[in-house]
Structures are given as structure tokens and as C-alpha cells.
Design a protein around this ligand. Structure first.
Ligand SMILES: Cc1cc2nc3c(=O)[nH]c(=O)nc-3n(C[C@H](O)[C@H](O)[C@H](O)COP(=O)(O)OP(=O)(O)OC[C@H]3O[C@@H](n4cnc5c(N)ncnc54)[C@H](O)[C@@H]3O)c2cc1C
Length: 477
């Protein structure tokens, strides 16, 4: 099957149709919900308002930002390497060139998803969905044509979008959000990033690596405040080394484009910061507008998200909501799993053990990743913790790959026996973390990292180094 075959399924329906499952939204959450239901022999309709499938994840979020990051990282490595040979990279590289291979990445991804939809006999409907009642959905297609479908189960997977602030004039040209930042053609010389959450910090470090003078401004004292301080310290050091500046504990008075060349950010203190561009990255809102959820009997929470239980079931038992539309953790990884589990729950199938233990990958430069509990959380729970830290500079692979500034922090319970959590900063962190995930899921003791042989040279050896430190520091039994 090719994606042309998938396109023939986008047209309006001749008359009302009934499906076992109706999925609204084709992002990671909707896709996996649909595929799971179809694999169980159910008829599935997947409604998507965009002409392409994949959601914000593929077209405006995860995939484009990671593509830009990869290119920025390679370019900055190349620049450093050339500088070490006393050579200069004189070429003026622009955003569009850096996003050059995005088309290739997106079209492969689009083809993969489209084929998956066709292969699973999912009926793909192109249009905007809204509820008419608890079981009936109206789809408005291009040129106002409408289809009506009914479903035994309905899964809402409509995702999220950047928050549109009242007080900041986001014009998508000078003052951008996390969607429009990718439409920039030229690299700015300077950029203010408002907010210090994951998306803000990822873009801040990507642009800093490209030589843009980046200033992050946030009202909290530390960026990424939910992380272990060892990771945020490492982040701040790397960001400053790349020429970035973090201004914490600071509120904004105003932001305005001066009409000539600069975006003027005025801090509460009265200080003005002038930059070429500004990225507003303070939060996202659930895509619920126009869904007419009240007709299905669903009321939004105070935070504007769809309230669900642990199975992603709403107050209406046959209606589920999954992915960003139900709020945190709002990751592509967790959205996929929520989609799969919601379909299985609707079909009264065992969703599998599942786990509260979700890894977090933060694709800043350098990248960071965490799983399980932090040192602070273990101390709070057990009254103590034993910690081992391994610098990537202590393992051969760190030197070989010039990845020496990374750190792996391993946290064990107060007796220094059972592994409780791992936090990593450094290239490779988002892959390395899965070793810890498997150890945590099988409730391993720290010694497992000492009693087993690791490939040499690998960054994974950092686990051994950290574990040895815990064994050395653990209280005698
Ligand atoms: C810049 C950025 C970087 C990110 N990086 C990462 C990362 O590295 N790792 C990670 O795990 N996560 C990352 N995320 C988060 C990730 O993209 C989201 O968690 C994920 O896309 C959520 O999936 P979803 O299926 O809930 O929604 P979405 O992917 O938003 O898809 C929802 C779909 O529903 C459609 N829709 C909405 N309303 C209707 C309607 N009424 N009718 C029909 N269709 C409708 C939309 O058009 C959209 O296609 C990132 C996000 C951003 C913005």
C-alpha cells in the first residue's frame, strides 16, 4: 500500500455510518488507539482536521524540533572540530537550510503512518469533528460538506497547541510561539525565550548552539525546576558556555515589536532587552474548542483539560480522552501508551501491568533524561539516600566521543541497596536511561551494575562507576 491509497479514504461519506471506535485526532495518541482497536477486529474511523496525519508531534513538535536539534548539534560539533584544526566555517547557515532534511524525515514518517492506517483497515476521514450527542459525531469536511457517524466507543485525542497570551502580541514574525518558530527563514542574531520549561529550554539551547545570543527569562529561580539540581546546574553551565544567559526570578512588564528592527522586552525592573526575535514558550492549551463536549456530557476541568481516570475514561464510560488533551505528562511517548491502553480498556482486555515509571527525555543540548525518584524524593520518603555519580570523563567512551561533560547520577534507598532512580545529563542520556528503566522495573539492587559485564568502551559503563560509588558509601549492614 502507498500513501495514495490512504488519501482515497479521506473523502466525505455517502450517508451515516456506524463504527465500533471513533478516534478524533491522528497524533501519537489517536494512532495507537486506532491501531489497537483495529488489531482486535473492530471497525475504526480516524478523524483528522489536517490534510496530513501525525498530529503536532510530527508536524510542529517532536519531530521537527528534534530534526533541527540534530542538525544544530552536528553543525556545532563540526565548527568545534574545524576550530581545533585552526579552520573556520565561513558559510552563513540559515534555518531553512538546517531544516533541509525535515521534508525527507516528515515524508518518510507520513508514509509510515498512512500505511499503518491503511494496513489496519482504519477509515481515515479528513475534517473537523464535533459531538452531536454521546454517540454521534459530525465531521465538517472541506467546502463545508458534512458526514455523520456514530460510535460504540469514542476516543478524544485532539492534542494541544501553544497558549495564546493576552498580554504578549505574538505576531508569528518577530514574536513567535513554538509552532511559528520553525517557520523562521533566517537565523536571528539574538533571541529572548520567555519561559524555562522543556520546550523553552530545548529551543534556547538549539539556537545557542547555532551561535544565536539567547536569553531565557523566567519568573522561577531555576530553569526546569522540576529536575534534580545536579542536572539543572549542568544545563546552566552548558548554556552559559554556549553564550546563553538565564535571567530567573523575573517578571515581564511588556513585550513589543518596535516596528523597525527589535523586539523590546521590558522587565519589571524597567530594564529593556532588545533582540531580533522572541519566543513565547509559556504553556500549552488543550484542543477542545468546537468539539461541543457538553453535548456528550463532558465538562472541562478548571485547567481546561478533559478529566479522566487512570484508564483515560471520562465521566461518560464509552468516551475516553488520551494524550495532551488530558494534560501532563503531555509527551508523545506517554500519549501513545494512553491511546493503546484506552482501547484495550474499552474492549475489556488486560491493558498489561503498565507503570507509573515514565522516563523523561529532554532534548536540550546537552540532552537530559530521568527515571524514578530523585535524591530529594528518596530522602523525603526514607529519611536518607545513597548516591553515586559518574562523570562521562571517567569512562573511555566519554573521551573518545568528546562527551566528557556528562554526568550520570544514581540514587539508591537509604541502605544503599535498592535502585530508586537515575538522572543523566550528556549526549546519549535519552538512550542510556532505558537501562535504568529496566533495572527499576525489575526492582534490581545497585549491585547488578557491578556483577555484570558491560561492553567496552561504552557510556553505559557510567552505571558501573556510579554503582561502585554507592557500594563504597553504603552504610555497613
Ligand atoms: C516543540 C515540541 C517538542 C516536543 N518534543 C517532544 C519530545 O521530544 N518527546 C516527546 O515525547 N514529546 C514531545 N513533545 C510533545 C508531543 O509532541 C505531544 O505530547 C504529542 O504530540 C501529543 O500527542 P496527541 O496525540 O495527544 O496530540 P497531537 O500530536 O497534538 O495530535 C492531535 C491531532 O488532533 C487533531 N485535531 C484536533 N482537534 C480536532 C478536531 N476537532 N477534529 C479533528 N481533528 C482534530 C489535530 O489536528 C492533531 O493532528 C513536544 C512538543 C512540542 C510542541
Amino acid at each position: 500500500m502507498n500513501s495514495d491509497t490512504a488519501k482515497t479514504q479521506e473523502t466525505a461519506l455517502d450517508g451515516p455510518k456506524h463504527f465500533d471506535f471513533i478516534i478524533i485526532g491522528s497524533g501519537p495518541a489517536g494512532q495507537k488507539a486506532g491501531v489497537q482497536a483495529s488489531k482486535c477486529g473492530k471497525t475504526v474511523a480516524l478523524i483528522e482536521r489536517e490534510h496530513v496525519v501525525g498530529g503536532a508531534c510530527v508536524h510542529r513538535g517532536t519531530i521537527p524540533s528534534k530534526t533541527l536539534r540534530e542538525n544544530a548539534l552536528q553543525l556545532s560539533k563540526l565548527k568545534k572540530h574545524m576550530a581545533s584544526l585552526s579552520l573556520n566555517l565561513t558559510e552563513d547557515i540559515q534555518v531553512t537550510e538546517l531544516m533541509g532534511n525535515l521534508e525527507r524525515v516528515l515524508s518518510s514518517h507520513d508514509e509510515y503512518i498512512s500505511n499503518q492506517i491503511v494496513r489496519n483497515d482504519i477509515v481515515r476521514l479528513h475534517g473537523r469533528a464535533k459531538f452531536l450527542d454521546k454517540n454521534t459525531i459530525e465531521i465538517t469536511h472541506l467546502r463545508g460538506k458534512k458526514s455523520i457517524i456514530t460510535g460504540e466507543h469514542i476516543i478524544i485525542a485532539t492534542g494541544s497547541r501553544p497558549r495564546d497570551p493576552d498580554d504578549i502580541p505574538v505576531d508569528h514574525e518577530h514574536i513567535l510561539d513554538s509552532d511559528s518558530i520553525l517557520s523562521m527563514i533566517y537565523l536571528p542574531r539574538s533571541l529572548v525565550v520567555l519561559g524555562a520549561g522543556v520546550i523553552a529550554c530545548e529551543y534556547a539551547t538549539i539556537f545557542a548552539a547555532l551561535g544565536v545570543k539567547v536569553t531565557i527569562i523566567d519568573r522561577y529561580p531555576r530553569p526546569l525546576g522540576f529536575l534534580d539540581p545536579d542536572l539543572t546546574d549542568g544545563f546552566c553551565t552548558a548554556f552559559e558556555q554556549a553564550g546563553g544567559q538565564f535571567i530567573g526570578n523575573t517578571n515581564i512588564k511588556s513585550v513589543a515589536w518596535d516596528g523597525i528592527s527589535d523586539v523590546v522586552t521590558t522587565l519589571e525592573s524597567g530594564e529593556e532587552i532588545r533582540t531580533d526575535k522572541l519566543l513565547f514558550a509559556l504553556g500549552r492549551v488543550a484542543n477542545v474548542d468546537g468539539l461541543d463536549l457538553e453535548k456528550a456530557g463532558i465538562t472541562l476541568s478548571d485547567r481546561g483539560i478533559i478529566p479522566v481516570d487512570e484508564h483515560c475514561q471520562t465521566v461518560v464510560p464509552h468516551i475516553y480522552a488520551v494524550g495532551d488533551v488530558v494534560g501532563p505528562p503531555a509527551l508523545a511517548s506517554s500519549s501513545m501508551e494512553q491511546g493503546r491502553r484506552a482501547s484495550r480498556h474499552a474492549l475489556k482486555l488486560d491493558p498489561g501491568a503498565g507503570s507509573e515509571m515514565i522516563p523523561m527525555g529532554i532534548y536540550t543540548i546537552p540532552e537530559m533524561s530521568t527515571i524514578g525518584l530523585t535524591e530529594e524524593q528518596v530522602i523525603k520518603l526514607e529519611g536518607g539516600a545513597v548516591v553515586g555519580k559518574a562523570k562521562f570523563s571517567e569512562v573511555a567512551r566519554g573521551h573518545i566521543s568528546k562527551n566528557e561533560s556528562g554526568i550520570l547520577k544514581m540514587v539508591a534507598g537509604k541502605n544503599g541497596q535498592v535502585l530508586k532512580g537515575v538522572q543523566i545529563i550528556g549526549e546519549g542520556a535519552t538512550e542510556l536511561i532505558h537501562i535504568a528503566q529496566m533495572a527499576l522495573l525489575s526492582k534490581q539492587e545497585v549491585d547488578v551494575f557491578i556483577d555484570n559485564i558491560f561492553n567496552f568502551p561504552t557510556l553505559a559503563e557510567a552505571y558501573r562507576v556510579a554503582a561502585l560509588q554507592i557500594v563504597e558509601d553504603r552504610p555497613p549492614t
